[in-house]
Design a protein around this ligand. Structure first.
Ligand SMILES: Cc1ncc(COP(=O)(O)O)c(C=O)c1O
Length: 206
């Protein structure tokens, strides 16, 4: 399988899983607890915070662990607004994840001006339905998406594709390939080879 949908989700690296294994299976207490089964893990958490800080050249107290992307987006937006309350102008885009888009109206109601930009790229295959291409890619062992990572089973083009204002109907011909660290040059070459076959199969006869 060639996985080119890392924007939708991605696998945990084996070394990450191994490092985390004790905390999934044996030492799974809540570090904020008063009893030792949990509280002894505070030190582990602070060590992890220190490692992450060192990796990105930050200070430990600047690292906040969150449970998911939506929480991270909301925390980042609201923390930035709170840190600089005199700054009232937010620049965002129409191609953000829906968790960002839904945060914006609330911020606007609080008197902030927001401005939206558009910037993303997908591949468009005129004359070919993306759903048919995705099916054939899947049969060739290649996972890709038509652009709406979180709502892949919806028939509607994603808000990201719509924001690119494609020519009428062109959104039905778009495919998004999103690579991760484990993808290789060979994955990309094989995907292009598969695409050539798929295009030959689906291309309308002249
Ligand atoms: C940019 C971005 N933000 C937020 C999310 C939502 O993440 P979660 O389901 O972890 O809240 C996603 C999910 O694909 C995302 O791509």
């Amino acid at each position: 399988m060639i996985y080119l949908d890392h924007n939708a989700t991605t696998q945990v690296l084996p070394e990450v899983f191994e490092a985390m294994r004790p905390y999934f299976c044996e030492e799974w207490g809540n570090p904020s607890s008063s009893y030792r089964f949990g509280s002894k893990l505070k030190r582990v958490l602070e060590e992890a915070r220190g490692s992450v800080a060192e990796l990105i050249g930050a200070q430990s107290r600047e690292i906040i662990f969150t449970s998911c992307g939506t929480e991270s987006n909301n925390a980042a937006i609201h923390a930035a607004l709170r840190a600089r309350p005199e700054r009232k102008h937010i620049v965002t885009s129409q191609v953000e994840h829906s968790s960002v888009l839904t945060a914006i109206p609330g911020i606007e109601r609080n008197g902030h001006k927001t401005e939206r930009l558009a910037n993303t790229s997908n591949m468009s295959f005129p004359g070919m339905e993306s759903e048919a291409m995705l099916l054939l890619l899947d049969q060739a062992g290649i996972c890709a998406s038509s652009g709406s990572a979180c709502l892949a089973d919806s028939d509607e083009p994603s808000h990201v594709v719509k924001a690119m204002k494609p020519d009428s109907g062109a959104s039905r011909h778009m495919i998004r390939f999103s690579l991760g660290t484990q993808n290789t040059r060979l994955d990309v070459d094989q995907t292009f080879a598969a695409l050539r076959n798929i295009i030959a199969t689906l291309r309308p006869n002249p």
